[in-house]
Design a protein around this ligand. Structure first.
Ligand SMILES: [Zn+2]
Ligand SMILES: [Zn+2]
Length: 362
């Protein structure tokens, strides 16, 4: 089969690789119908994530058709159309049983990522996250398939359903973590794909105003199309503007969707947030960050909420919102490419301008 494989910094290749096989009774094999490049895939592309090996198959955002199931996957049969959560969860451990599927104890037990603990395994995201082959391929092996993949009704298209794999739940959880009440003003740093879903989710959850902070025009335009107030940090003093837009008090909650490349955004969010507010951090973080304004966070009584996304519990409620027509997630797609052009897609997404989200069709 064909798959996008990692070879090093800015070196990804489409290659012939062996097709995956059922390895455990709870596995399924999915024939990928649509997959996407994620902002966090760019960290792999830049070679900043340790634990990658030459030839690793990339991709954690994918959906497809079930072509084979193990003997303990009673919920799926050949021909079912499914979206697969990007994080791999067993469904049985303490964390899975309590809705914290991104913290599953059994899908990545060998890792030692969080200074002694580890989050769940991820498809196509290095051997620190379990070394699972990814979904930017014609076929994927899905472990714990009796718990993860969600069936998609025939009237929901692939482009509407695909982002239930990661970025829609990720943006939604970021907004849900803000405990939004009617009248709230939410500021969102970073208007990439996750930021776009955080903005729309904040409105779905009742925000009065959402302020979208970025410096890339195409992203700010997309945010404005959703009703957000765009704020270009290249042209304006963000702290000052946020004060002006909130009667000097600061946003009720701040979402940092700028990812791990922007510790500045986290500092700004903490300093800008109103007293007693929430700072929600959905973007991937790693390591340590200097000059963390803990004094400001303490004296203002802020709540910090973060963590990898618990995709599983959000999938069904968000599918319901799509079915009701409250949101059509395909709004975020700017480019549609064949899988064979994956390397060009990585390069294009890395350049960012003019590009919000790339989907790839095997
Ligand atoms: Zn992703
Ligand atoms: Zn688990």
């Amino acid at each position: 089969m064909r798959a996008i494989c990692w070879y090093g910094r800015k070196d990804v290749r489409v290659e012939d690789v062996p097709e995956p096989k059922i390895l455990t009774k709870r596995d399924a094999i999915i024939k990928t119908t649509l997959t996407a490049i994620c902002g966090s895939d760019l960290h792999l592309y830049h070679g900043t994530v340790p634990g990658m090996r030459e030839g690793d198959i990339l991709g954690h955002e994918f959906m497809g058709e079930v072509v084979e199931v193990g003997t303990e996957v009673p919920n799926l049969k050949t021909g079912d159309r499914v979206v697969v959560p990007c994080s791999i969860a067993c469904g049985n451990c303490f964390f899975c049983q309590n809705g914290m599927t991104a913290l599953c104890d059994n899908s990545n037990p060998e890792s030692d990522l969080a200074d002694g603990a580890s989050p769940a395994g991820l498809f196509g995201y290095s051997h620190l996250f379990g070394g699972y082959a990814g979904g930017q391929a014609q076929y994927v092996r899905v472990p714990f398939a009796d718990f993860g993949p969600m069936k998609i009704p025939a009237d929901i298209g692939d482009e509407q359903a695909l982002f239930l794999t990661d970025i829609f739940p990720t943006g939604y959880m970021a907004a849900a973590n803000c405990d939004i009440r009617p009248g709230d003003v939410i500021a969102v740093w970073g208007c990439g794909p996750v930021g776009q879903f955080a903005i729309r989710s904040a409105f779905l959850l009742g925000a009065e105003r959402v302020i979208a902070i970025d410096n890339i025009p195409v992203r700010l335009d997309l945010a404005a199309a959703a009703g957000a107030t765009p704020l270009n940090f290249g042209e304006a003093d963000v702290a000052e503007q946020l004060k002006q837009l909130t009667a000097g008090r600061g946003p009720d909650a701040c979402i940092n969707a700028a990812g791990m490349s922007a510790p500045d955004a986290l500092r700004q969010a903490i300093l800008a947030c109103r007293k007693g507010g929430v700072v929600s951090v959905p973007g991937a973080c790693a390591g340590h960050v200097d000059k963390f304004p803990i004094g400001s966070a303490f004296l203002k009584g802020l709540t910090l909420k973060t963590g990898p996304t618990n995709v599983h519990p959000y999938q069904k409620p968000l599918l319901d919102r799509i079915e009701k027509g409250e949101i059509d997630p395909s709004f975020v797609i700017s480019h549609r490419l064949p899988l064979e052009e994956g390397p060009a897609g990585y390069s294009l997404f890395d350049g960012r301008d003019g590009c919000t989200k790339i989907v790839l069709k095997p």
